[in-house]
Design a protein around this ligand. Structure first.
Ligand code: NDP
Length: 247
C-alpha cells in the first residue's frame, strides 16, 4: 500500500507527538517526507524511525514564526525534489491561562505559532502547488477550536481561525486540484497533554464516547486518508478525531 509513492510531503512539528506520527505514516505509504521543527536532535529521532522502516525523509530546521525562514525551507524542499505535493501544518503550542490572568505574551505566542506560522508556510507552498496543479494541505486544528475550553481562549481562537482559513483556501485552490482540510483532534497522548493529573485524565475519559485518550497514530491515519487517493474529492472539511469528545 504505497499510495504516496513519488509524493513529496512537508510536515511541520515533526520532531515529536502527532507530527512525528504523521511523518512516519506518510513515509510508510511511500512519500518522501521533509520533517520540520526547531530541534535538530529531536528531528533526527523522527528521521531514524522513518529510515528504520525503509522510508525516505530529511530534516528542515526552522521556526514557523519566522516568515523568511519558512519560505526558504519550503523553497529548498521544492528545489531538492522538483515538487511539493503535501503540506501538513501541525506545529503548534499552548500557553493556557484564564483570560483575566492571560499575559499579552501568552496570547501572542499562541497566535504566532499556531496561526501566523500556518500562513508563513502555506503561502509559499500554495504557490508551488498552484503551478504544479496538484496539492493536498491539511491543517491540524483542535476540537477546542469548535467547542471552546476554559483556560484556552488564545488556543481556541487560533484553532478556530485555522478552520476559517482552511475553508477559504479550499474555495480558492480547488480549481487547481488542491484540497485543503482541517483535522480536529481531541485529547491525544503527547507532551502537550502529558501534564494532566490522573484525576484530570479520568474526568476527560468520562466525557468521551470511546473511553480512551487518542494516540498520535489515530490522527496520522486521518491525515493519511485526506492526502491519499481516498481524499481526492474532499475539501474544506473538518475531520474530528476525538473519540466522540465533540459530536
Ligand atoms: P507537541 O508539543 O508534542 O509537539 C509540537 C510540535 O510543534 C513540535 O514538533 C514542535 O517542534 C513544533 N513547534 C511548536 N512551536 C513551533 C515553532 N514556533 N516553530 C516550529 N515548530 C514548532 O504537540 P502535539 O503533538 O500534541 O500537537 C501537535 C498539533 O496537534 C498542535 O498543532 C496541537 O495544537 C494539535 N493538537 C494536539 C492535541 C493533543 O491532545 N495533543 C489535541 C488537539 C490538537 P520543536 O521541536 O521545534 O519544539
Amino acid at each position: 500500500m504505497r499510495e504516496l509513492e513519488e509524493r513529496v510531503a512537508l510536515v511541520t512539528g515533526a520532531s515529536r507527538g502527532i507530527g512525528r506520527a504523521i511523518a512516519v505514516k506518510l513515509a510508510a505509504l511511500g512519500g518522501v517526507v521533509v520533517c520540520a521543527g526547531r530541534d535538530e536532535t529531536a528531528l533526527g529521532e523522527t528521521l531514524r524511525l522513518i529510515e528504520g522502516q525503509g522510508g525516505s525523509a530529511e530534516p528542515a530546521v526552522f521556526d514557523v514564526t519566522d516568515a523568511e525562514g519558512a519560505a526558504a525551507a519550503v523553497k529548498e524542499a521544492q528545489g531538492r525534489h522538483g515538487r511539493l505535493d503535501i503540506l501538513v501544518n501541525n506545529a503548534g503550542l499552548t500557553r493556557d491561562q484564564i483570560l483575566v490572568r492571560m499575559k499579552p505574551g501568552d496570547w501572542r505566542a499562541v497566535m504566532a505559532a499556531d496561526l501566523d506560522g500556518v500562513f508563513h508556510v502555506t503561502q509559499p507552498a500554495a504557490k508551488i502547488m498552484m503551478r504544479q496543479r496538484f496539492g493536498r494541505i491539511v491543517n491540524i486544528s483542535s476540537v477546542i477550536g469548535l467547542m471552546g475550553n476554559p483556560g484556552q481562549a488564545n488556543y481556541a481562537a487560533a484553532k478556530a481561525a485555522l478552520i476559517g482559513f482552511t475553508k477559504s483556501l479550499a474555495r480558492e485552490l480547488g480549481s487547481r486540484n488542491i484540497t485543503v482540510n482541517a483535522v480536529a483532534p481531541g485529547y491525544i497522548e503527547t507532551a502537550m497533554t502529558g501534564s494532566l493529573s490522573d484525576e484530570q485524565r479520568e474526568a476527560l475519559i468520562k466525557a468521551l464516547a470511546i473511553p480512551r485518550l487518542g494516540t498520535p497514530e489515530d490522527v496520522a491515519e486521518a491525515v493519511a486518508f485526506l492526502v491519499g487517493p481516498g481524499g481526492s474529492y474532499i475539501t474544506g472539511t473538518v475531520l474530528n478525531v476525538s473519540g466522540g469528545l465533540y459530536i
